[in-house]
Design a protein around this ligand. Structure first.
Ligand code: UDP
Length: 167
């Protein structure tokens, strides 16, 4: 295989890419498929940061349009990203990728706290760093979190995988 074009990337996946045929929830087959797509990049020794959205489960803005407090809705959205991150972690480990999940919202039983230096260290050790909890702040999206983390982790490129054609 030829040399990869990038040595350190940040891949942002929209929550929707995990959804079942009804556009909701976590479909294990979809998650497995995504893990299989990431595996050759991992095998090529590319350092991978992976950040996942939650549009398949919950979006704060939509909930606030329905009457929920915006901040409450956004925290639910951030919690939903953690569910997606753990599902992705499971699938990636099953195809043979070593991973660590780091969350901006502390859930220490299931993910390490997001600490920039720790994230870099994991990547240096060849682990895929799965970034959960977005920025940890309401009124943002996981796209903003992806841009922020890509910059602070020294990613050479930020890639976005979504269901929107052409993106
Ligand atoms: N969210 C947030 N702060 C963040 C990242 C996400 O409040 O830093 C909340 C927000 O409510 C958002 C939801 O989490 O709608 C899910 O993220 P996003 O909409 O970006 O998911 P995607 O569209 O990528 O699936």
């Amino acid at each position: 295989m030829s040399e990869p074009a990038f040595s350190r990337i940040l891949l942002k996946l929209s929550g929707e890419v995990l959804a079942n045929k009804h556009g909701f929830g976590i479909d294990p087959e979809k998650v497995h498929y995504l893990a299989q797509q990431v595996k050759p990049v991992y095998d090529a020794n590319v350092k991978i940061g992976l950040i996942i959205g939650a549009g398949n489960i919950f979006r704060g803005l939509e909930a606030s349009a329905g009457g929920m407090d915006r901040v409450t809705g956004d925290y639910l959205g951030m919690l939903a990203t953690i569910m997606n991150a753990i599902a992705l972690q499971d699938a990636l480990e099953k195809v043979g990728c070593e991973t660590r999940a780091l969350s901006a919202i502390n859930v220490t039983q299931i993910a390490e706290p997001y600490i920039r230096r720790r994230a870099i260290r994991h990547m240096e050790k060849g682990r895929i760093v799965i970034i959960a909890g977005g920025t940890g702040n309401p009124f943002f999206t996981t796209d903003s979190a992806a841009a922020l983390r890509a910059n602070e982790l020294g990613s050479e490129i930020l890639l976005k995988g979504t269901k929107v054609d052409g993106v």
